[in-house]
Design a protein around this ligand. Structure first.
Ligand SMILES: [Zn+2]
Length: 1045
């Protein structure tokens, strides 16, 4: 989804003798991932006691497995014997304060090598050109030792520089004995607790040191499992469904079989006695008769979502108090009343939920604080009080809309009800009038004090990270965000860098400069200074800034090509595990050393199309999934930023984000000069957007139905509790609904999404969204209330999951089959009555489904085969699409194409007036050679210049660069009206959805492969490669719908 580079080299072919790995059994997208612990009723596990720090989880082998031995066909060099190459053991810690109270685990690491700096670098990497594979290094002679260059001027030698060995007379010692004594500056309470962190906790409920506090008993279980026994339902306040359709034109059957004429209409169907249906549908005249292969469809008449995503308003009209469609969308608003009816709905029955969707200004989610009363919830099913509960017994009782139990109204919450059963205080009770509210949670919703926002950065500083400019952009961006990190004075921060060794940084606020400690023993990772690696940002701000200021120069001469990513990851876990937080990983190369190292795979073309194909898309080493499980358990969300132009095994790295509620960002072949704006914007948003910490989510629903599977980036903690160490407004989750009873007797099904989380300000909160949907008895109603966006979101997640266990082709067929079955079922409802034999008929509500289905089949995770997308790109796109909210997904599938040359050239037209909604069909036919166009899929912008486009525009936008190689040109604003206008239009495009930054790629008509890669292959209506055009696809669907119709 990032900054794809069409020119980067393909993966080198491996020797034919290399055995291919066996398919994995692990299927990371399966929602039934490892269930963590048994805290179904608790929101989080007890934090590990600090006296056990470093956590024993990693000091014992079995959890993470032994360090892998070098496999026979491994292309990697064995890890260099770092320990012996480095300076004398006396160059250990550099003047760092003595850590308090080391544990037995800690002291057992005395033998570990602690080195002040890496003196002997690994082999150098060829400059300039891309390094094609690790195999390259295998035959490289070892270069002579190279020192890492001169220290930055502003840093004291010996204190914070990796390139200068500290002299032995510095006041530190490598021996543990000198490390152990407790610092005199530390009080007793800080011995067991994390000294720098405690004072920053104004929100603590108890004054007890966090680390020594016993885990409070979980009192009323906030999310108990749904009990089975329900009382008989009360008469539900079912609102009659509006049926006021405008009569449409009469249905005309296509009497001319080969006519290209089409008719598209809404109509009022004649009454059907058996069903009493009043239905609206669309149909398209197709020139074919069954068995004919003539394509007679009028291409221009095919339905296209040129107005973007327009969610159905049906449900909102029926239930005005429902939460907004940006939060919850059902694949159909009509819940089938029987299993037999449900089985005729082929598009997935379920919901897409974006629990923290941003609210429009003026419609913010109200905050409710029940104070001493406590949050009003159903005694039995734990549903939160909501607009759909009913008050009876003069206001003394309320009936739960989910399970029908009659609950007592607490005295403090009592209000009289009027003759209509309305509470007299309704105006002051947003929880009884709004579909979305946020409750302030009292102490019983905590098993520990609310955690502070915590950001820990794990940064690759190997040669490629430095040379690409990644390190510099990342350091600068983090520095620029310090002021705006959520959490104010509570925020904690820490850093760890790595190449072939791991570098820790002491950020203690009393220091003038941060201190670096290098650990080179990758087999037995330990944390050299447990207490000062994570610091309170406001206290250590100057140290953190000094560190970020000097980080790029510290490593600018680094020639180390290795990546001890796995060991560094374990170290980060040890540092973070007491608090949780966000782990931001910046990885520029394939992990090559220690546990979790990865090998080149995916370049073997012969695997594609075989049963082993999918194994390339799942992690090979269980290390990553196990680490992800550990991270989730300790409330750590992982975001992976990957930058390499070579294979980095995103399938494995992305697992970390997948199971921790995180996100994968990918900037293939990152080059600072080209990609820095994108990285800067996306990292800034990631760091500064409001984040919900240590959260869990559950979706309750009424009697007879239940959510049976979940799809997205999270880990399931129990059957229906989603563990989300961090959530934000850019994340959505899909869930499938199933009927538990043969027949639903209620008229309405209610859904309630509850997200319990810690806010950045340190409050425990519960965001609650409630919605109602009617139970329907016929399929026509289900179609009428269908929501294409939700259907496509659910189908896309299911199809992407399928690619992890089957061939790509199977996943594409899955989508096609769903659509065919759905339309065939629909046809059976209406075609006979209306004698629409020669026409494709489809529900109005799903008219864009065929096109989205085609676009989905051609999306990066599913398209083509080996040659149609780089494996890493495919995997990254899969991880990304699994988390996208509906609107964003639909835009990615059917991007915006706009013609802009008129606006740019016409001096009287203003950019502000430019209508970004005037979208064109995504086909080559939309492109005029005299035009200039913007293609915007929400992740990138493509600016396409027609061959005969006005030279004035080209000159205005690019000056002399217009003749240059576009892959090297980056567009910036120039001092003329045309350029300013374009930048304004870009700004409009970007502001419409700020979750990603659309970097602009310039493309000339006819310039290959650039034009093909950036634009032509994404014109989803055109035939390309093996993929059908829209018209062909539509005809295929039509033929197959008619079979056995
Ligand atoms: Zn209930």
């Amino acid at each position: 989804m990032g900054t794809e580079n069409p020119n980067r080299p393909n993966y080198p072919l491996r020797p034919a003798t290399t055995p291919f790995s066996a398919p994995q059994n692990t299927t990371p997208f399966l929602s039934a991932g490892p269930v963590i612990g048994s805290e179904a009723s608790a929101f989080r596990p007890a934090p590990p006691a600090s006296s056990q720090f470093p956590t024993p989880a990693f000091s014992s082998g079995p959890l993470v497995g032994p360090p892998p031995s070098v496999r026979p066909n491994e292309l990697f060099r064995p890890p260099p014997s770092i320990q012996s190459s480095y300076g004398p053991p006396t160059t250990g810690f550099q003047r760092f304060p003595t850590p308090p109270s080391p544990s037995a685990d800690y002291t057992q690491h005395q033998r570990a090598s602690l080195s002040g700096l890496p003196v002997v670098p690994p082999p150098t990497r060829p400059q300039g050109g891309s390094v094609s594979s690790q195999a390259y290094f295998y035959s490289q002679p070892q270069p002579p030792s190279i020192s890492m260059g001169s220290p930055p001027q502003n840093i004291k030698t010996g204190q914070f520089n990796p390139s200068i060995p500290p002299s032995t007379d510095q006041p530190f010692s490598p021996s543990r004995q000198n490390v152990q004594p407790i610092s005199p500056t530390m009080g007793p309470s800080q011995v067991t607790a994390r000294g720098t962190f405690q004072p920053a906790f104004p929100g603590y409920a108890s004054a007890q040191p966090y680390s020594s506090a016993p885990v409070p008993p979980v009192q009323p279980a906030p999310f108990p499992s749904q009990p089975g026994g329900y009382a008989p339902p009360p008469p539900a306040p079912f609102v009659a469904q509006p049926r006021g359709y405008l009569p449409g034109p009469p249905v005309t059957t296509s009497s001319v079989p080969y006519s290209r004429e089409q008719v598209q209409f809404r109509c009022m169907a004649p009454p059907i006695a058996s069903q009493g249906l009043v239905e609206d549908f669309s149909s398209l005249s197709l020139g074919s008769v069954p068995g004919s292969f003539d394509s007679g469809v009028d291409v221009k008449a095919l339905p296209r979502p040129l107005g973007g995503d327009v969610p159905s308003k049906f449900l909102a009209e029926i239930y005005p108090m429902n939460c907004g469609s940006r939060v919850l969308r059902l694949t159909t608003g009509g819940i089938p009343n029987s299993q037999s009816l449900a089985s005729r709905w082929h598009l997935g029955l379920g919901a897409v939920v974006c629990p923290l969707a941003e609210s429009p200004i003026g419609d913010e989610v109200p905050i409710v604080n029940f104070g001493a009363t406590g949050i009003i919830r159903c005694r039995r099913c734990r549903t939160y009080v909501n607009p759909f509960v009913t008050f009876t017994d003069h206001g003394r009782k309320w009936r739960c809309n989910i399970c029908s139990l009659l609950n007592d109204v607490p005295g403090e919450y009592f209000a009289h009800v009027d003759a209509n059963g309305r509470r007299v205080d309704l105006d002051q009770r947003p929880e009884l009038t709004k579909g979305s509210v946020e409750y302030i949670a009292p102490a019983e919703y905590m098993v520990r004090p609310p955690m502070p926002p915590l950001y820990f950065f794990l940064i690759d500083v190997s040669i490629s990270a430095v040379q690409s400019g990644m390190l510099e952009v990342v350091a600068q961006t983090i520095k620029s965000c310090l002021e705006n990190l959520p959490g104010s004075t509570r925020t904690q921060i820490g850093f760890l860098t790595y190449d072939s060794t791991i570098h820790f940084y002491n950020m203690k606020s009393s220091l003038a400069q941060p201190q670096m400690m290098v650990v080179s023993d990758l087999d037995d990772i330990f944390v050299p200074l447990p207490d000062d690696l994570l610091v309170n940002l406001s206290e250590s701000r100057s140290v953190v800034e000094a560190f970020l200021e000097s980080l790029p120069s510290m490593f600018q001469e680094n020639v180390n090509v290795e990546s001890a990513f796995g060991p560094a990851l374990k170290a980060a876990f040890m540092v973070m595990s007491q608090l949780g937080g966000k782990l931001m990983i910046f990885q520029n190369t394939l992990p090559s050393l220690g546990v979790g190292r990865l090998r080149l795979r995916g370049e073997d073309i012969r695997v594609y199309g075989t049963d082993k194909e999918h194994s390339l898309r799942v992690p090979e080493d269980p290390f990553y999934k196990q680490m992800a499980a550990d991270f989730t358990k300790y409330q750590i969300a992982v975001n992976v930023y990957a930058f390499s132009g070579n294979y980095t095994d995103i399938a494995s790295l992305g697992t970390l984000a997948k199971y921790t509620g995180g996100q994968v960002y990918y900037y293939p072949s990152f080059l600072s000069v080209i990609h820095k704006d994108k990285l800067r914007h996306e990292l800034t948003r990631d760091l500064t957007r409001e984040t919900a910490w240590e959260s869990v989510m559950r979706i309750r629903c009424g009697k007879g139905v239940r959510f049976s599977s979940f799809h997205g980036n999270f880990m399931l903690r129990s059957t229906d509790l989603l563990a989300l160490p961090a959530v934000d407004c850019d994340k959505a989750y899909a869930a499938q609904l199933s009927l538990e009873e043969t027949l639903l007797t209620t008229q309405t099904v209610y859904f309630q999404v509850a997200l319990l989380y810690t806010s950045s300000s340190g409050e425990r909160r519960i965001r609650v969204h409630t919605a109602a949907a009617p139970v329907v008895a016929d399929l026509g109603e289900m179609y009428r209330l269908a929501d294409t966006g939700a259907v496509v979101s659910l189908l896309s997640r299911l199809a992407i999951e399928k690619t992890l266990s089957t061939k790509l082709e199977d996943a594409r067929n899955f989508i096609q089959l769903k659509i065919i079955k759905a339309f065939r079922e629909y046809r059976n409802l209406y075609a006979v009555q209306h004698r629409l034999v020669g026409r494709m008929i489809y529900p109005e509500s799903l008219k864009f489904l065929p096109l989205y289905g085609l676009a989905l089949s051609r999306s990066t995770p599913l398209r083509g085969g080996y040659a149609d997308a780089q494996l890493d790109e495919r995997c990254e796109a899969g991880y990304t699409m699994m988390a996208l909210p509906v609107k964003k997904l639909l835009k990615l599938l059917y991007p915006t194409l706009l013609r802009i040359d008129d606006c740019l050239a016409n001096s009287s037209s203003r950019a502000d007036d430019f209508d970004v909604s005037k979208r064109l069909p995504l086909t080559l036919e939309s492109l005029d050679t005299t035009g200039v166009y913007i293609f915007d899929d929400g992740f990138r912008l493509v600016l396409w210049f027609g061959r005969s486009a006005s030279p004035d525009i080209a000159r205005g936008l690019l000056g002399e660069d217009f003749g240059a190689d576009f892959s090297k040109v980056s567009l910036s604003q120039r001092d003329n009206e045309i350029s300013r206008k374009l930048m304004k239009i870009f700004q409009k495009c970007r502001e419409s959805d700020p979750s990603y930054y659309q970097l602009c790629h310039l493309v000339r008509q006819g310039e290959q492969p650039r034009e093909g890669y950036f634009l032509l292959s994404n014109l989803v209506e055109d035939q390309a490669g093996g993929a059908s055009s829209y018209a062909e696809w539509f005809m295929q669907l039509h033929r197959q719908v008619q079979q056995n119709a």
